[in-house]
Ligand binder design. Structure first.
Ligand SMILES: NC(=O)c1ccc[n+]([C@@H]2O[C@H](COP(=O)([O-])OP(=O)(O)OC[C@H]3O[C@@H](n4cnc5c(N)ncnc54)[C@H](OP(=O)(O)O)[C@@H]3O)[C@@H](O)[C@H]2O)c1
Length: 211
């Protein structure tokens, strides 16, 4: 049974104005990874959704660990990579597109990073996600898609910046020590369920900030 692909694009259109959406996948027992990666949890429709959401955004926010582990390359819209260490491969295809780096004033390699990327300094010691999003808005990038990972999504949620969570629920049971999709401080965030779609054994859920 599938009720997703036909009207995928229209259904997921961004509302007008600034918006921060996350797109994540979890197993039925809440794991954010299977054998260390998120890909093993998805199906073809999840891949389609991942690809379809990207060009709807003005920029994609992603954590440096996800870039390193999932071997991120170029995307159809600017990538905004969150990193304190700036321990990134500036020769990798990701940097062909001169991405945005969201970092801190005391980051190592800051001068080198500026040669390869647009740098937004958002805080000292740790990225202040409110300042980071304000920096993206100043560049005219207001429709934002966060592709994780759990640490970055946790920071965004803790800062009260998450407007929408697109969550694919995989039928897998993963067990073990896999992370959940949000990592970090305890949250009290309640969200409203905006849509539920099904494709085979996968569910495609959309939650919005409770008004
Ligand atoms: N299920 C899903 O939908 C999904 C989605 C994406 C990723 N994943 C999986 O999640 C795992 C990676 O997640 P993760 O939580 O370890 O990493 P992550 O969120 O992708 O990236 C964490 C990194 O981002 C930087 N960072 C995050 N918050 C920061 C802050 N406040 N200030 C400064 N820098 C900050 C740091 O980079 P530096 O280390 O460079 O300082 C930190 O190590 C991978 O296994 C990936 O496959 C799953």
């Amino acid at each position: 049974m599938s009720d997703l692909p036909a009207d995928l694009l229209a259904d997921y259109a961004h509302p007008d104005g600034p918006w921060l959406r996350a797109n994540m996948i979890a197993s039925a027992d809440g794991a954010a990874t299977y054998e260390g990666l998120s890909g093993g949890l998805g199906n073809e429709t999840d891949k389609l959704l991942f690809q379809a959401l990207r060009p709807m955004a003005d920029a994609i926010i992603v954590g440096a660990n996800t870039v390193r582990i999932e071997r991120y390359g170029k995307a159809p819209v600017p990538m905004a990579v969150v990193s304190r260490s700036l321990d990134l491969d500036f020769a990798s295809p990701l940097f062909d597109g001169r991405p945005i780096l969201i970092t801190v004033s005391d980051a190592p390699r800051l001068a080198e990073a500026r040669e390869h990327a647009e740098v937004i300094v958002a805080g000292e010691g740790a990225v202040d996600f409110g300042a980071a999003v304000a920096g993206l808005h100043r560049l005219g990038l207001t429709k934002l898609l966060c592709e994780g990972g759990p640490t970055v999504l946790g920071g965004i949620a803790a800062a009260g910046l998450l407007d929408e969570l697109c969550l694919t629920l995989s039928p897998r049971l993963v067990g073990g020590a896999a992370p959940r999709i949000v990592r970090g401080p305890a949250l009290e965030e309640g969200m409203s369920l905006a849509a539920v779609r099904q494709d085979g054994d996968h569910l495609f859920l959309r939650y919005r900030r409770s008004s």
